[in-house]
Structures are given as structure tokens and as C-alpha cells.
Design a protein around this ligand. Structure first.
Ligand code: ZN
Length: 354
């Protein structure tokens, strides 16, 4: 199995200049290769294959065309064992130099590829390692249905909740402020460049916080439950802007656009799709199971008796004639778990018939 580790690099000034040089060189080669490919296609009506071209790359006398200059290139990779050496503390790159690596967590396995990446003004190395399959977690006898939502990031079928990270909103505010500042700076000015960097840094911080949070939350779930059932949601469908509704006089009526607009933000904040993907990957490593089920009516159906109890988004409480009374999202999570069990049952019945 492959596992990747990412660490911060601390290059000295002169080494950093060489790193920049390599990045620029990569971009030039890439652009030259791209235009060569375009020309070949244009003049000869044939396309040059990647391999054919890769062999030629070092020889290309590059005349870079302005239209391709914008391609950003902020990383380069050593695809095998050549050109680098890592001693556990320092990374030695041939023709570039020695760079200190901050090993904030231990690296396990045999390094297969090395990627150097620049993120705004910081440098990172990513090691892709070949590792033995990990020990599976001991079997858990608890399964869970998970309703991903707006009020809470996740509501579990046992009534527990995982809240949205609040600090993300704060970081979002910082970002918005910095973007405003940037928009007021004169194009091409030194101050604008400075403001642009601050915006990029705010983006980076938010991305890190989100990533960190998703990993922690998904680890908690995987550690505890054997089977995790989610709704199979295409986030893109949910985040579509609602169309305004028109009444007979041509006036626009509220159609919940405001409520939904707020919802959109939260959905994007939460990054549901990514969250489920991370859970799936961790589950595979740990010997757990993630099931995705049909999301229709999970919040409308009564988890007690199976009848449909229609309610709109503002109704936070599920109350049914059968006596079932509980939080709307917990009701949904129980339905999700139930669907997952049925789906899993159907699969194992099918398998045993084979
Ligand atoms: Zn009921």
C-alpha cells in the first residue's frame, strides 16, 4: 500500500533560489512541450505522444510563447530513487543542495517518489512510501447512521452530534477582509503584491483547518464504529442556486432562496463529499465498512413506524402519531442506518446465493 507524508522544508536562501530555478525550468519545458505538441498537430495533423516527447524534452530549444506563460508550476517530482537522498533529517538534492526537513511525524515505509512543492512562500516535501498493510482495528459491534447537515456537521443515529468547526468562520472573515484590501490596491503595484500574498495565506490557513478537522472527525468515527452509513449525496445538486419564483404580477416571491443561500455556504464549508471520501479511505485501511444509501425522504419518514411525516426545513422536531418523538436529524440518521443495514443484508444474501 502507498502512503504519503508531507513535511515542511527549510531551505537556505541560496538553495531556495535553486529551487525556484528548477520550478521555472519545469515551466519552460512544459510550455515548450505544449507548444511543440500544438504545432505538430497544426502542421502535420498528428499528435506527439507523451513518451516521444518526454525523450526529446531535454533537447527542446524553447522559444516560449506568451500565450502559454500563465501556466503555474509549483512542484516537481523525482519519480524514482535518483537525484535525492534523505537521511531522516536532511534532504539532499543533486545540483540543488541540502535542505532541512521538519519531521513532525515519523515516516514509515520505503520512499518511492519525492515531490518538492512551493505553497505561497513556504516549501514542502511529499514522500510517497510503500508500506505494509496496517493492522486492522479490532472489530466493533456498533454501527452508525450519519446525517450530514447544516445545523450540525453530523448527527449520529445514537443522538450524538459533531458540530461545525467555528474557527473556520473566523478564518473566513479574515479572508474576506483581506480580499477587500486587495481589490483596492493598484494593479502591478508592490502593495498589491503584498496584499495578494496575504490573501493566499488566508486561503492556505482555511484549507489546512478544514483538512485537519475532517481528518480528526473521520478518525473518531472510524475508531468507534464498524459500519458507517451515509447518504449518497451529489453535493453539486444541493449547492445549485434556487430559481426565483414569480407570481402572477411578475413580482418575485421568496422561495427560500435566502435560507438556501445560507445552506450553500454551510455545505461548502463542511465539504460533505470530501468528508465521506476521507471516511471511506480510512475505513478501507482499518477494515471498516462505509455504505452510501439513497437519500430520498430520510428526514420525512418516521423512524418508528415507517410512515411519511412531511415537514419543512424549519421544523427541527419529528413527532409522529405512533408516539415517536425526536430531533429531526437523529430521526434521519436512524433511517439512514436502517437503509444501510437493508442494503448490506441484500448484498450478503446475494453473496450467499452465489
Ligand atoms: Zn411513526
Amino acid at each position: 500500500m502507498r502512503k504519503t507524508y508531507k513535511y515542511r522544508l527549510y531551505p537556505k536562501k541560496e538553495t531556495e533560489q535553486k529551487l525556484y530555478f528548477v520550478l521555472n525550468r519545469c515551466r519552460e519545458l512544459y510550455n515548450a512541450a505544449l507548444s511543440e505538441r500544438k504545432d505538430a498537430y497544426k502542421y502535420a495533423g498528428k499528435s506527439i505522444s507523451y513518451y516521444e516527447q518526454q525523450n526529446d524534452l531535454p533537447e527542446i530549444k524553447h522559444e516560449i510563447r506568451p500565450e502559454y506563460q500563465d501556466i503555474r508550476y509549483d512542484s516537481f517530482t523525482y519519480p524514482d530513487g535518483a537525484g535525492w537522498k534523505f537521511d531522516g533529517q536532511y534532504l539532499h538534492l543533486t545540483k540543488i543542495g541540502t535542505i532541512k526537513v521538519k519531521l513532525h511525524r515519523p515516516l514509515i515505509g520505503k520512499i518511492k517518489t519525492v515531490t518538492i512543492k512551493r505553497e505561497v512562500d513556504e516549501w514542502y516535501v511529499t514522500f510517497s512510501c510503500e508500506v505494509d498493510a496496517p493492522e486492522k482495528l479490532p472489530v466493533s459491534y456498533e454501527d452508525v447512521g450519519i446525517d450530514l447537515g447544516v445545523t450540525h456537521l453530523a448527527t449520529l443515529s445514537n443522538g450524538e452530534m459533531i458540530e461545525h468547526p467555528r474557527y473556520y468562520r473566523k478564518a473566513q472573515k479574515v479572508l474576506e477582509k483581506r480580499q477587500q484590501v486587495l481589490s483596492k490596491k493598484k494593479r502591478g503595484s508592490h502593495r498589491r503584491e503584498k496584499a495578494r500574498k496575504l490573501v493566499a495565506k488566508a486561503h492556505r490557513k482555511i484549507a489546512r483547518q478544514r483538512k485537519d478537522f475532517r481528518h480528526k472527525a473521520s478518525k473518531q468515527l472510524i475508531d468507534r464504529y464498524q459500519v458507517l452509513v451515509f447518504e449518497d449525496i451529489q453535493t453539486s445538486n444541493l449547492t445549485r442556486k434556487p430559481k426565483p419564483r414569480q407570481d402572477g404580477n411578475g413580482q418575485y416571491l421568496p422561495n427560500g432562496a435566502r435560507a438556501k443561500a445560507g445552506l450553500n455556504k454551510s455545505i461548502l464549508d463542511a465539504g460533505w463529499g470530501t468528508f465521506v471520501s476521507i471516511c471511506s479511505i480510512k475505513a478501507a485501511w482499518a477494515g471498516r465498512t462505509v455504505i452510501k444509501v439513497d437519500p430520498r425522504f430520510t428526514s420525512q419518514v418516521c423512524s418508528g413506524c415507517g410512515q411519511v411525516r412531511k415537514k419543512d426545513l424549519s421544523e427541527r422536531w419529528h413527532r409522529c402519531e405512533c408516539g415517536t418523538e425526536l430531533d429531526r436529524d437523529v430521526n434521519a440518521a436512524i433511517n439512514i442506518l436502517e437503509r444501510g443495514r437493508r442494503q448490506q443484508g441484500a448484498i450478503s444474501v446475494e453473496a450467499s446465493c452465489l
